[in-house]
Design a protein around this ligand. Structure first.
Ligand SMILES: [Zn+2]
Length: 216
């Protein structure tokens, strides 16, 4: 059964300590202190925000889809989901969500996946894996491609068929929908605001997302 859990937040944007727009196709990386709350807003609807998290003190302990899915026994993320690291440590908890469901299985687009899913001519197209790599390289601190792992696709709709197949479907998000999560430890967030032009998840039209941070 498919459950969508919509929960609004009482936090006000004018009280955020950080407010930033990630343009379509761009990346973003930032540290969160324990207790800080990160909101990602799908400004125009049906955008995919490919996201990874790291334990800031121990970046090798990155977000784990397997630990997260096994921990909550559900493949979709929504309010109440605990985002776990490889060690099982809780990194963040989703505390509000007006989209209602986010993908854990679809992964990030890459030059390779684009050619497999779409056409060989897509090989040189900008993709999320390149955006992640660029952000990790700019960060330094020993982050390398080893630190890329299967990521969360916020706002992306990848329903699983009764036969167990993955389908990249129309987005379930809409303009202004958001997901909000509280850091349970010092956590580093890495976002690729997906530049994908071949996929109905973002209506073939990448758009900006907004990130806000509150102190609690
Ligand atoms: Zn992508």
């Amino acid at each position: 059964m498919t459950v969508f859990i919509h929960k609004e937040s009482e936090r006000r944007p004018d009280e955020a300590s950080y407010d930033h727009i990630i343009p379509a196709g761009e990346g973003w990386m930032r540290d969160l202190r324990p207790g800080q709350v990160l909101r990602i807003v799908d400004l125009e609807g049906n955008q995919a925000a490919d996201t990874l998290f790291y334990d800031t003190e121990n970046p090798e302990d990155h977000y784990s889809a397997v630990q997260t899915i096994a921990g909550q026994q559900n493949i979709y993320l929504t309010t109440g989901s605990v985002l776990r690291a490889e060690s099982g440590k809780p990194l963040l908890t989703i505390v509000a969500d007006t989209c209602g469901r986010h993908d854990t299985l679809g992964g990030a687009c890459s030059a390779q996946s684009n050619t497999v899913r779409y056409a060989h001519e897509t090989l040189p197209m900008h993709n999320c894996r390149d955006t992640f790599m660029l952000q990790l390289a700019k960060r330094g601190d020993g982050y390398t491609k080893r630190d890329l792992a299967p990521n969360i696709n916020f706002f992306m709709n990848v329903p699983v068929t009764p036969e167990g197949g993955l389908t990249f479907a129309d987005g379930v998000s809409a303009p202004g929908r958001y997901v909000e999560m509280r850091a349970e430890t010092s956590a580093t967030a890495l976002i690729s605001n997906c530049p994908q032009l071949n996929n109905p998840c973002n209506a073939y039209n990448p758009t900006p997302v907004r990130v806000l941070i509150w102190e609690s």
